[in-house]
Ligand binder design. Structure first.
Ligand code: UD2
Length: 311
């Protein structure tokens, strides 16, 4: 064999070995893949066999209902004494368009002149009870006596008659929907005049002699006294505590800067509301709202204090 023949033989042997090697590796790697697949298939099959998600017989049950109205009663107290009876018609008529429509609502109207409570057509499952109370010649007394009256009403009736309770100012109008989104254990609303204000400018009671005292370095929000709400037992605790604090102040001849609203703010500082409503839920007609709140829901109507208050 010459050199040329030797090289040819060598190359043929090398090619043969390479092909054999490739076939071998190809086979073994595909068999590994196959084994892997086999393993995976086995796992999947076992999973499927053990799966709780499979129901070969099918699942037979009623289609769930997305929206189900809660079977609840919302008591709503409103005070209209003296000339404030004139606000009842607009308050009630606008409430009937917007306020918990489709839910059971029971209004309790406290007034010194039951004969002036207007006839307003109530929606389905909406009722109104008029409760006569003595007149008062100081508006401050009317405003702050609401806590004591709310406390008594809850004790005597609401504890058995309602799930939630709201106490609302009567000199107001509903402009938009007010529904279950406002419900919570304890509900407060941010006063429309103070939602951009830093706490040292809040009109909290600043005299340490008053039970409503809040120092300048404390406070979350300035809450409006026009809207208080929540579960009956939580509002009861609030009304009872504020009434007790008001009594202590009265025994010391101190009246907080904003009557029961000051005590409410003190209460909310230590007993945080579980839900804080935005000023959409308590605006004032005299403040332009377009650039500030998207939806106006409840707003104080413009009134001349000198004309409507007894003092
Ligand atoms: C603020 C509060 C109010 C209350 C008051 C305390 C807001 C928007 N308003 O409103 O809730 O805390 O300060 O001083 O947060 N009322 C009568 N007859 C009267 C006087 C008052 O029925 O002669 C009742 C009525 O339900 C009225 C409520 O008391 O809505 C509050 O009195 P207000 O509206 O005169 O008090 P105001 O506007 O200073």
């Amino acid at each position: 064999m010459n050199l040329f023949q030797n090289v040819t033989v060598f190359l043929l042997v090398l090619t043969g070995l390479s092909i054999t090697g490739l076939i071998y590796f190809g086979f073994t790697s595909s068999s590994i893949r196959y084994k892997d697949q086999n393993f995976c298939l086995k796992i999947t099959k076992e999973n499927q066999e053990n799966s709780q998600l499979q129901s070969p017989q099918g699942l037979s049950y009623k289609q769930p209902i997305v929206v189900r109205q809660k079977n609840i009663t919302i008591a709503t107290t409103v005070f209209a004494l003296g000339k404030y009876t004139q606000f009842l018609k607009v308050f009630l008529e606008s409430a009937e368009q917007n306020y918990f429509v489709g839910f059971r609502v029971h209004y309790y109207v406290f007034t010194d002149q039951p004969e002036l409570v207007p006839e307003v057509k109530m929606g389905e499952e909406h009722n109104l009870t008029v409760l006569k109370v003595p007149s008062s010649n100081r508006w401050q007394d009317i405003s702050l006596s609401r806590m004591a009256r709310l406390e008594k009403l809850i004790e005597s009736r609401l504890i058995n008659e309602a799930d939630y309770v709201f106490s609302l100012d009567v000199d107001s109008k509903f402009y938009g929907h007010w529904g279950v989104e406002t419900l919570g254990r304890l509900v407060g609303v941010i006063h429309p005049g103070y939602y951009l204000t830093s706490r040292e400018y809040f009109t909290y009671e600043r005299r340490p002699e008053s039970q409503a005292f809040i120092p300048y370095s404390e406070g979350d929000y300035y809450y409006g006294g026009a809207v208080i709400g929540g579960l009956v037992k939580d509002v009861y605790r609030l009304a009872k505590t504020c009434r007790e604090q008001l009594d202590i102040d009265a025994s010391k001849s101190i009246e907080a800067a904003w009557q029961e609203e000051s005590h409410l703010n003190k209460y909310f500082l230590y007993n945080k509301p579980s839900k804080v409503l935005s000023p959409e839920y308590l605006w004032q007609d005299q403040i332009p709202h377009k650039d500030r709140v998207k939806i106006l829901r409840f707003s104080q109507i413009i009134k001349n204090y000198a004309d409507v208050r007894p003092n």
